[in-house]
Design a protein around this ligand. Structure first.
Ligand SMILES: C=C(O[C@H]1C=CC=C(C(=O)O)[C@@H]1O)C(=O)O
Length: 381
């Protein structure tokens, strides 16, 4: 359908108060933007991860993953492209004034220091600590979503609403898991620096180690679930909004006797890119010391067992060029980063960073300030 109709339908759904999700997968060459509109306000939960639909899971508590079942939702799509002129205008715009709350800075630096000390006493090797920040905004959620679509073509961009969770929006650079037939893909993403006009940059020892921990842990956790070798790229620099990260692509073939979607999700989530290593100790530290509830930040979301139609020609020499369609199931999940929860006139941002033995509290605070720009920059007209 055309974009105008798509957004009109979305607006009607918003008014109905029923759950929905609108989203675009990263780097979609057609700008394919999809929505699933649930026809009642019922809350569906999944713990088996074998249904077909869109899942929205929190950081903690595996039995609390919401989902919108494909069979109880209307599916609509549009091809939405950013108006380039409009986009340029946005790029020129200043970020809203950087929020510097002395109290929040002191608190975050203290938390980082506690993390470093726990690493020094051998409690864990890495922990990811985060904070929340409330920002005023005059924009409606739908306008924020359009801004995200325009600004972040390489990210997974979404707008989720459920009466039980409230409104969440984000533009995340991190894939948790992609599965198509028996092929899987994931990534190790960690280490951050500000983008200063080039992606050709050097990385310090701290960032290299921080990202290597994530790669090693993903490889170890997937080892008994695959058939054959797990392939991985060399770490490379990737751009996400105004930031650069280190990324390693990881892929392979699943062993269907030893793995299913649930076991894969449990093996990966939460990765040391959002939690730490070892997982259990780092998670305990986070829950005890962060002092707020992450809710769906650093959880995961995306298409789960969704049917995808693949059209292909049965025979290239076939004069009629007849197309045959085959249906396959696809799962494409992302880690919920660079996100916000929207309440009347207020956006709550969630931002974190990985701590290792070499971290510096003041730098870690600054990193969260830089990361918050991804979201802050879409909160202005
Ligand atoms: C936890 C976050 O980012 C993760 C992903 C990429 C780089 C990260 C880092 O450099 O610390 C984090 O591991 C966040 O943005 O809130």
């Amino acid at each position: 359908m055309n974009s105008e109709d798509f957004f009109t339908k979305l607006e009607r759904q918003i008014q109905s108060g029923n759950p929905f999700v609108a989203y675009r997968n990263p780097n979609d060459k057609n700008g394919l933007t999809k929505a699933l509109l649930q026809d009642t306000e019922k809350a569906y939960k999944t713990s088996g991860f074998n249904e077909s639909g869109f899942v929205f899971a929190p950081f903690e508590n595996d039995n609390n993953a919401f989902f919108i079942p494909s069979e109880n939702a209307e599916s609509i799509t549009t091809e939405y492209f950013a108006d380039k002129d409009e986009e340029v205008k946005k790029e020129d715009q200043e970020f809203p004034p950087v929020y510097t709350n002395a109290e929040a800075k002191i608190q975050h630096e203290k938390l980082v220091q506690q993390g470093i000390e726990a690493i020094q006493t051998g409690e864990f090797k890495k922990v990811v600590v985060s904070r929340k920040e409330d920002v005023q905004t005059q924009l409606e959620a739908l306008d924020i979503f359009k801004n995200l679509l325009k600004k972040y073509e390489t990210a997974f961009v979404y707008y989720w609403f459920h009466p039980k969770t409230g409104i969440w929006l984000g533009a995340t650079p991190e894939t948790l898991l992609k599965v198509e037939r028996d092929k899987f893909k994931t990534m190790s993403l960690a280490g951050t620096q500000s983008f200063q006009g080039t992606s050709n940059v050097n990385w310090g020892e701290k960032e290299i180690e921080e990202q290597q921990i994530v790669t090693d842990s993903i490889l170890e956790n997937l080892q008994d679930k695959v058939s054959g070798t797990i392939h991985r790229s060399e770490p490379y620099t990737t751009k996400a909004g105004n930031l650069l990260h280190l990324q390693t692509d990881i892929q392979g073939i699943l062993d269907s006797e030893k793995s299913n979607l649930k076991s894969l999700i449990l093996a990966l989530h939460p990765t040391p890119a959002v939690c730490g290593l070892p997982k259990k100790n780092a998670k305990e530290f986070i829950l005890k010391n962060e002092g707020y509830n992450r809710e769906f930040y650093s959880g995961f979301l995306g298409e789960m067992n969704m049917k995808k139609e693949i059209k292909r020609n049965s025979n290239r020499r076939n004069q009629e060029n007849q197309a045959y369609a085959s249906i396959l199931k696809q799962t494409f999940l992302f880690v919920n980063l660079r996100c916000m929860k929207l309440e009347a006139g207020k956006a709550r941002l969630f931002i974190g960073g990985g701590i290792t033995k070499d971290s510096n509290p003041a730098d870690e605070w600054q990193e969260t300030v830089n990361k918050s720009h991804t979201i802050k920059s879409v909160l202005v007209k």
